[in-house]
Write a protein that binds this ligand. Structure first.
Ligand code: FO1
Length: 326
């Protein structure tokens, strides 16, 4: 079985741990071995102190490689912050984005490879070798795409890098628009279209539907390539709130209600074939969403086993839809 997953940061990375467990246990396995290809969001990327930081790629890499700070869901475990303290002593700005010493090593390695002329996909492949992810992690594109947020700052309209809005302002400044700067000129990274072409189905984890999955789908050619496959998604919204993060602030910015139904309708039946909602949203499964089959089950990814159960249901749903489509 060949699965492609479009992943953002923390929620996507946690889901991938469960998916890996589900297919390793054979419950997700088909006649041949199962391969998983992750297409990672790079719209959150930011250059700080001359170093290229790729938060969503790193969160997937560290989470699958067991190097993640599990309390935050981002950055490295067992971190120290000596470099950050020294930068502060020099009066450096942008320390609102906390980078630890171990994390800095990742950004130094990546930036050195990029400066040698390697594309982001090659640098990512090289960095992943150390972490033994059990799957392939591809950036959505090798081209520069940065998510920006147009905010209303006390009546003044300002354009902020996503991370400044998300981290420095905790998404508290009302967002009027969110867009991927450079997305229109970006091309899918090598291997992405091929992986989608060969995939048996695509899974959308409970990542941020706007700034993670939405940004990946904004790369020209990707939405069409994904929509051509059977796609099953896991709702990132349970009840009227995101499980974590601030997807509600992002959804509000694009005029989408924060609900499991509204996100499914936002993705649309041209993209989404199946949708998993939590039991508190069982009415969405009962009344249905036009053109999308909906099932309800517990969706809290409390640990790898719970997440593996969610992944198994998503796989079963996708295989049923693929089978029916034949
Ligand atoms: N999130 C925060 O809320 N505060 C931080 O200081 C912060 C630093 C950081 C450093 C590296 C990294 O890979 C992620 C980091 N994040 C931080 C999380 C980041 O903003 C989010 O993971 C994504 O960009 C959104 O999914």
């Amino acid at each position: 079985m060949r699965i492609v997953v479009l992943a953002g940061g923390i929620g996507g990375a946690r889901f991938l741990r469960g998916l890996r467990k589900a297919v390793a246990d054979g419950t997700g396995g088909g006649p041949d071995a199962t391969t998983i290809t992750v297409v990672g969001n790079t719209g959150d990327d930011i250059t700080l102190f001359g170093l290229r930081v790729c938060p969503d790629l790193d969160t997937v890499m560290y989470t699958l490689g067991d190097g993640i700070n599990t309390t935050n869901g981002w950055g490295r475990a067992d971190e120290t912050f000596t470099i950050r303290e020294e930068l502060a002593a020099h009066g450096q700005e942008s320390l609102w984005f906390t980078l630890g010493d171990r994390d800095f090593a990742t950004h130094i390695m990546r930036t050195a490879m990029l400066n040698e002329g390697l594309p982001l996909s090659a640098a990512t492949e090289s960095l992943c070798r150390r972490w033994d992810l059990g799957m392939r992690l591809l950036p959505m594109t090798d081209d520069p795409v940065e998510t920006h947020v147009v905010v209303d700052d006390d009546g003044t309209e300002r354009d902020l890098h996503f991370q400044e809005w998300w981290v420095r302002h905790r998404a508290a400044l009302p967002a009027r628009a969110i867009y991927g700067a450079g997305a229109e000129a970006a091309a899918p990274a090598p291997g992405v279209l091929e992986a989608l072409e060969e995939a048996d189905f695509v899974l959308l984890p409970p990542s941020n539907p706007v700034v993670s999955v939405g940004t990946i789908l904004s790369v020209p050619g990707l939405r069409e390539a994904v929509a051509a496959k059977t796609v099953v998604g896991v709702s990132p919204i349970i009840g009227a709130a995101p499980v974590r993060g601030m997807a509600d602030a992002c959804l509000a910015a694009i005029g989408v209600e924060t609900s499991a139904r509204a996100v499914a309708e936002h993705y649309g039946p041209d993209l989404l074939d199946g949708w998993l909602v939590d039991t508190v949203d069982a009415e969405v499964a009962a009344s249905g969403v036009t053109g999308i089959s909906v099932r309800s089950r517990p969706l809290y990814m409390t640990d790898d086993d719970a997440t593996a159960d969610i992944a198994r249901e998503a796989i079963a749903m996708a295989r049923k839809i693929v089978g029916a489509a034949r």
